[in-house]
Design a protein around this ligand. Structure first.
Ligand code: CP
Ligand code: NVA
Length: 301
């Protein structure tokens, strides 16, 4: 694995290997461990806000012996229009790896191609691979795995989160049902390219939740869409609330990548009832990303 650009580009073996290492690193945290990033500086180039991703990468890089350098777009010339391919060619000669949060997936791919250093997608409009690795680790911990499990995603059917989830289902073979308003369903071309009979879409959240072992949701308006109030209106009836959870399987878990908007995609009651799992999911960002960084460095040596 030379980069982590998307879940789409991973294989099932990559995912299993990353999750096994993440679990090991989680157990070993706090004891002297491997420091594969010693002497390395990793740039975090962020053009969108972040709490979890930024903090977990900064802490993870330090724990692996490296030095994180946070660069918001306003701190660097990228924010004044310097092309990503030039930024990549400069940073590629100075730092050892890059973690990028931005809008266009193409910018992350271009950075990887032009910089020649390991590059990680820390969220684009298309995918959020680091989050899905943490979510899968949480499911393994809470339910022992996903074989024979039904996973429901209630919300925006074509956001970065749902796209990454659909690719994860394609690679790993679990049943994924996405419930979304008609205006936000994944387009048929995407579903054709995905070609995963285990992934289905519905307009009915109750149908998706029926017998589900994992109920997953995310904000209705992703970063960059905050002023799309028309889109938000489409989500009436798509809230994860106590009534919807009555449909789910006994012992189900609820996941939310956070930040959460209580009273919109999830009620305060459900979020607090499932806070243990949801904040375990947030913590797992650290362990999953330490595994990603370790594998990226290993593959270069
Ligand atoms: N879930 C997630 O990526 O959170 P941040 O936006 O806070 O990084
Ligand atoms: N879909 C959300 C995820 C936030 C972590 C967004 O892009 O804003």
């Amino acid at each position: 694995m030379n980069h982590l650009l998307s879940i789409e580009a991973l294989t099932a073996d990559d995912i299993h290997g990353l999750l096994a290492l993440a679990a090991e690193l989680k157990c070993q945290r706090g004891t002297p461990g491997a420091q594969p990033l010693v002497g390395q500086t990793w740039a975090l180039i962020f053009t969108k806000s972040s709490t979890r991703t930024r903090v977990s990468f900064e802490v993870g890089i330090r724990e692996l012996g490296g030095f994180p350098m946070f660069l918001s777009k306003n701190d660097i010339q990228l924010g004044r229009g310097e092309p990503i391919m030039d930024t990549a060619r400069v940073l590629g000669r100075m730092v050892h790896g890059a973690i990028i949060r931005t809008f266009a997936q193409q910018d992350v791919s271009d950075f990887a191609a032009f910089s020649n250093i390991p590059t990680v997608n820390a969220l684009t409009d298309d995918e959020h691979p680091c989050q899905i690795l943490a979510d899968l680790l949480t499911i393994k911990e809470a339910l022992g795995g996903w074989d024979g499990r039904k996973i429901a995603f209630i919300g925006d059917g074509f956001s970065n989160m749902t796209r990454s989830w659909m690719w994860a289902a394609k690679h790993l073979g679990f049943e994924l049902v996405v419930a979304s308003p008609a205006a936000c369903l994944p387009p048929s071309e995407f579903l054709a390219a995905l070609d995963a009979p285990n992934v289905s879409v519905t307009l009915d959240p109750a149908l998706a939740a029926q017998g589900a072992h994992v109920i997953n949701t995310d904000v209705w308006l992703s970063m960059g869409q905050e002023d799309q109030t028309d889109k938000e209106r489409e989500f009436t009836g798509f809230q994860v609330n106590a009534q919807l959870l009555c449909q789910a399987a006994p012992g189900h878990i609820v996941l939310h990548c956070l930040p959460a908007y209580r009273g919109k995609e999830i009620t305060a009651e459900v979020l607090e009832l499932h806070a243990n799992t949801i904040f375990q999911q947030a913590e797992n960002r650290l362990h999953a990303q330490k595994a990603v960084l370790t594998k990226l460095v290993e593959s270069r040596t």
